[in-house]
Design a protein around this ligand. Structure first.
Ligand SMILES: Cc1cc2nc3c(=O)[nH]c(=O)nc-3n(C[C@H](O)[C@H](O)[C@H](O)COP(=O)(O)OP(=O)(O)OC[C@H]3O[C@@H](n4cnc5c(N)ncnc54)[C@H](O)[C@@H]3O)c2cc1C
Length: 482
C-alpha cells in the first residue's frame, strides 16, 4: 500500500495480543469499509517513563521481546506493527503529530487506569481531535469495567466479598465477550513511514526474561492446559511454593498478552458445573481474577492511591522505624528467616514470587522490621516481571493493614510456622538457600539452635518482640488520629 493511504492507527500498550483485541478488531472493521485505508499497529517504548515508574528491567525486556514477536504474528494477519522509541510519555505527542501529517485518520486504543497514563491519553486525545482525527478508547482491562460494579447507593465497593457477589451476578447476566483475531487485506509497508519519522525504532533487548515464552499461542496453550488439567487442584496446591499449583499467568495478564476475558471464557468452558461450587478450584481461581479486578476498580475510584497514600487515612500517622540496614537484609534475602530469604531470592533471581510468599515477605517487612510498606512496594515493582500498580499496591496495603479490606493490624504472620505449614519438607527453601542444603526438614525452618555454631545468617529481629512493637505502632497511630 502507498503512503497516501488513510491510516487507522492501533496504539498497543497493555494489550500486546492479536486475539481478543478490541482496538485491532474495530480498526480492521472500519478500515475494511473504507477504500484505500490501512490498519497500522503502533508500539511506543518509553524507557524513561518506565524507569520513573520503577518498572523492573526484566519486565521491560519481556515487553520488548513480546513486541518483536507480535510484529511477526500481526504481519501474518496483514497488519504491520511500527515499534518506536520515545523516552517519556510526553514525547508521544510528537509521534502523533508526525503520523497525523502522514495520513492518520483515526486512533484506536485500550484505556489505562494509572494517573500519568490517563493524563497522557487526555493530552493525545485533545491533540488528535483538534487535528480532526477520530479517537476511540476501549475499556477492556477488566472483564467488568471500573464503575460498572457498584453498591446499591452507587458507590465503589470497599469490601471484596460483596463486590465479588455483584461481579458474579453480572457475569451470569451478560457473559463475557472475546473478540476474534482479525485479518487485513491491505498490508501497509511501515518502512516507508518509519523513514519519515524523526524518532528511532525500538531498541533490541538483552533477553534477561528469556525463561518466559512470548508467543501468543504458547501463552494461550498454557492458560488452556491450566484450566483443563490443573485448576481442579488449585485450592489444595496454590499455597505451596514448591509445587507449580498456580497458573503463572500474571506476567501475561499484566502486559495483556492474554486478557482476563479470555481466562474467564476458557475457565467457563473447561470447568462447567464446578464453577457453581463455591469451594472448587475453579471458583477459587475465578476469585483471584476478581481480586485483580477489585484492585483496579479501587484504583480508578481512589486515584490518590497512585500518590502512595494509604487507603485508611489513620495509618498515615504510623511512625515506621525505616532501618536501612534491615531493609537491605530483607532485599538481599539475608534476614535469618529462611522462608523470607528464599522468597526474596526467588524474586531477585527470577523476577517472580509465589503469592503466599508475597504475603509472608510483605508482612515481615512491615510488621517484623517496621519498614514503611511503600519501600517494599517500590522494591517489588523494581524486580517483578508481573509488576502491576493496582495489584501490587493492593497486596502491600493488604499486608500492611493500611488498605481496603486489609488484614487486621493484629494479624501478623509468623514466618517460621508459615514455613513449616507451606513448605513442610523444605523443598522450596533448599531450592533458593544453598546454605541450608544439609539441614533436615525440621531444622531447616529455624536454623538457629542455641549453643551450636551458627548454621545460617543470624536472625535480624526477634519475631515476638517485633510483634509487640507493631501493635504499639498501630495503637499510637490510632490514638494520634483520634
Ligand atoms: C504484596 C503483594 C504484591 C503483589 N504484586 C502483584 C503485582 O505486582 N502484579 C500482579 O499481577 N499480582 C501481584 N500480587 C498478586 C499475586 O501474588 C500474583 O498475581 C500471583 O502470585 C501471580 O501468580 P499466578 O499468575 O500463578 O496467579 P494465580 O494464582 O494463577 O491467579 C490468577 C491471576 O489472578 C490474579 N491474581 C491472583 N491473586 C491476586 C491478588 N491477590 N491480587 C490481584 N490479582 C491477583 C493475577 O493476575 C494472576 O495471574 C501481589 C500480591 C501481594 C500480596
Amino acid at each position: 500500500m502507498s503512503t497516501s493511504s488513510s491510516l487507522h492507527i492501533v496504539w498497543l500498550r497493555n494489550d500486546l495480543r492479536a486475539y481478543d483485541n478490541a482496538a485491532l478488531y474495530y480498526a480492521a472493521a472500519v478500515a475494511k469499509s473504507e477504500p484505500d485505508s490501512a490498519v497500522v499497529a503502533l508500539f511506543i517504548a518509553t524507557a524513561k517513563s518506565w524507569q520513573q515508574h520503577q518498572m523492573a528491567p526484566i519486565k521491560q525486556d519481556f515487553i520488548r521481546r513480546r513486541v518483536i514477536q507480535l510484529q511477526s504474528e500481526l504481519a501474518e494477519q496483514g497488519i504491520a506493527l511500527l515499534a518506536l522509541e520515545a523516552g517519556h510519555y510526553n514525547d508521544c505527542s510528537s509521534i502523533f503529530e508526525q503520523l497525523s501529517a502522514l495520513g492518520m485518520v483515526a486512533l484506536y486504543s485500550q484505556t489505562e487506569y494509572e494517573l500519568r497514563e490517563q493524563q497522557r491519553d487526555k493530552r493525545i486525545t485533545r491533540q488528535l481531535e483538534a487535528a480532526g482525527i477520530t479517537v476511540n478508547w476501549y475499556d477492556r482491562l477488566c472483564t467488568m469495567a471500573p464503575g460498572s460494579i457498584l453498591t446499591q447507593s452507587g458507590d465503589t465497593y470497599k469490601v471484596f466479598t460483596p463486590f465479588k457477589r455483584n461481579w458474579l451476578a453480572r457475569l451470569a447476566q451478560q457473559g463475557v465477550t472475546c473478540y476474534p483475531k482479525v485479518k487485513s487485506a491491505n498490508y501497509y509497508n511501515v518502512s516507508a513511514l518509519s523513514n519519515q519519522l524523526t524518532l528511532p525504532l525500538m531498541a533490541a533487548c538483552d533477553n534477561s526474561s528469556a525463561a518466559w515464552p512470548v508467543t501468543e499461542q504458547q501463552v494461550l496453550e498454557q492458560m488452556r492446559l491450566f484450566c483443563q488439567q490443573q485448576v481442579a487442584d488449585y485450592q489444595q496446591s496454590r499455597d505451596f511454593p514448591a509445587l507449580s499449583g498456580t497458573s503463572n499467568l500474571s506476567a501475561y495478564l499484566a502486559c495483556g498478552i492474554i486478557s482476563a476475558q479470555q481466562c474467564v471464557n476458557r475457565l467457563q468452558m473447561e470447568a462447567g458445573a464446578a464453577l457453581e461450587q463455591e469451594k472448587s478450584g475453579a471458583s477459587i481461581w475465578l476469585s483471584e481474577l476478581i481480586w485483580r479486578e477489585f484492585y483496579k476498580h479501587i484504583l480508578v475510584a481512589y486515584p490518590d492511591l497512585i500518590k502512595h497514600q494509604p487507603f485508611q487515612a489513620d495509618t498515615a500517622a504510623i511512625r515506621w522505624r525505616n532501618s536501612h540496614t534491615l531493609f537491605k537484609a530483607w532485599c538481599d534475602g539475608k534476614t535469618g528467616y529462611p522462608i523470607v530469604d528464599a522468597a526474596m531470592r526467588q524474586l531477585n533471581q527470577t523476577g517472580w514470587m509465589h503469592n503466599r510468599l508475597r504475603m509472608i515477605t510483605a508482612s515481615f517487612l512491615v510488621k517484623d522490621l517496621h519498614v514503611d510498606w511503600r519501600w517494599g512496594e517500590h522494591y517489588f515493582m523494581s524486580q517483578l516481571i508481573d509488576g502491576d500498580f493496582a495489584a501490587n499496591n493492593g497486596g502491600w496495603q493488604w499486608a500492611a493493614s493500611t488498605g481496603t479490606d486489609a488484614a487486621p493490624y493484629f494479624r501478623i504472620f509468623n514466618p517460621v510456622t508459615q514455613s513449616e505449614r507451606f513448605d513442610p519438607d523444605g523443598t522450596f527453601l533448599r531450592q533458593f538457600i544453598p546454605e541450608l542444603l544439609k539441614l533436615n526438614s525440621k531444622e531447616i525452618h529455624w536454623p538457629h539452635k542455641k549453643g551450636t555454631p551458627p548454621a545460617y545468617w543470624p536472625a535480624v529481629v526477634d519475631h515476638n518482640e517485633a510483634r509487640k512493637i507493631t501493635l504499639t505502632l498501630f495503637t499510637e497511630a490510632k490514638n494520634a488520629d483520634g
